[in-house]
Design a protein around this ligand. Structure first.
Ligand code: DC
Length: 221
């Protein structure tokens, strides 16, 4: 059985960057579960729903087929339409976080994600992948850093994409997102019992990736 690596942790901890590096290094496919929630949020807002319409949003899932391409940034498609850039705005991030609190949404997402992980050879990242989506993963990592550090990183990401982002605004957004993700009733963000906590502050993405790969090697021995 090919390995499954699950990377959990709060917003801005570096999960995506590090997961992509590991995917490349080990020849695994990369599953960005947050992008799937973002796709749903994008479609829901487009259809005129609000972030309170969790049940209706879950029904929309029946008509949405999400696929990923290869590249940087990783191309994302809804029913063949390229939404790579449109799903990365702060508004869609907020809406994804709000809609992800609804159990019918989560149930459908988790079923889809488990289907994608079934064959192994995958690194997946998101807030519940170690606790709910892939509790039997070969390696479970909780990647974290302080709020200040994560806000700094997110701010740089936004600026690099040409978006305006004041530090205090980004910090507040992340703090709110943490609060919501940690306190939601269904599958809250938490450290799985058998997850290894990895601190990403003061380390480059390459160093974090190397650390996780060394944990995988130790696990497989
Ligand atoms: O990782 P991200 O910022 O792209 O995720 C957007 C939101 O989606 C996040 O705030 C919560 C939700 N999400 C989730 O509930 N479970 C996941 N596995 C991934 C994301």
């Amino acid at each position: 059985m090919k390995p499954v690596i699950a990377i959990d942790g709060p917003a801005g901890a570096g999960k995506s960057t590090v997961s992509k590096l590991i995917a490349q290094e080990l020849g695994l496919s990369y599953l960005d579960t947050g992008a799937m929630y973002r796709c749903l949020a994008f479609r829901a807002l487009d259809a005129g729903l609000t972030v309170q319409d969790g049940d209706k949003a879950a029904e929309l899932m029946e008509d949405i087929h999400i696929t990923f391409g290869v590249g940087e940034p990783q191309p994302v498609f809804i029913n063949g339409e390229d939404v790579t850039t449109s799903i990365r705005t702060p508004e869609i991030g907020e809406a994804a976080s709000a809609l992800s609190q609804f159990t019918p949404v989560r149930q459908r997402m988790v079923a889809l994600q488990q289907e994608l992980v079934r064959g192994g050879g995958v690194i997946l990242e998101g807030r519940d992948v170690t606790t709910v989506v892939a509790p039997d993963a070969t390696l479970k990592i909780y990647l974290t850093a302080s709020l200040e550090e994560r806000a700094k990183r997110r701010q740089h990401e936004f600026i690099a994409k040409g978006m305006e982002a004041g530090f205090q605004d980004v910090r507040n957004q992340i703090e709110q997102r943490d609060h919501r993700d940690i306190n939601r009733d269904d599958s809250p963000l938490k450290v799985a019992d058998d997850a290894i906590v990895v601190e990403s502050a003061d380390r480059t993405p390459e160093e974090v990736a190397a650390k996780i790969i060394s944990h995988l090697k130790a696990k497989l021995q």
